[in-house]
Design a protein around this ligand. Sequence first.
Ligand SMILES: [Zn+2]
Length: 133
Amino acid sequence: MSNKKKIICECCGIILDTPTTSSNFVGKCPRCGKKLVYLHKHWVVYSFCFAITSFLFAILADILPYLEINSSGITSGMKVLDYFDVLANQNYTIISVIILLCMQVLPLFVLLCIILTDLACIFFIKNKIFYCY
Ligand SMILES: [Zn+2]
């Protein structure tokens, strides 16, 4: 068994020895020609940062006014969450709940799951498979 690192082509499944290079690019698959790269060493941190940023912007989009009109000294505005109240007040409660689930609850839940999974990978799992190769 050699000590050389192995990489698997995602396209055709061939297992190849990898040359030692400083960059992520390894080469091209001899069978299918697909570009072969290593994952970045700290890819979990990137995923965590994107998820936390998306979560914060989603919360800010809910809190800050979406539409604000100032006319003749009278200011009127709406937030994203106000749309659900408007639909519910016009007897479209089921549609309001479905839209609320699809636009707010489910995306925030998925982002929260990604954040927690990434935190678990960063702090609790020390296996190298999560960092590279
Ligand atoms: Zn291939």
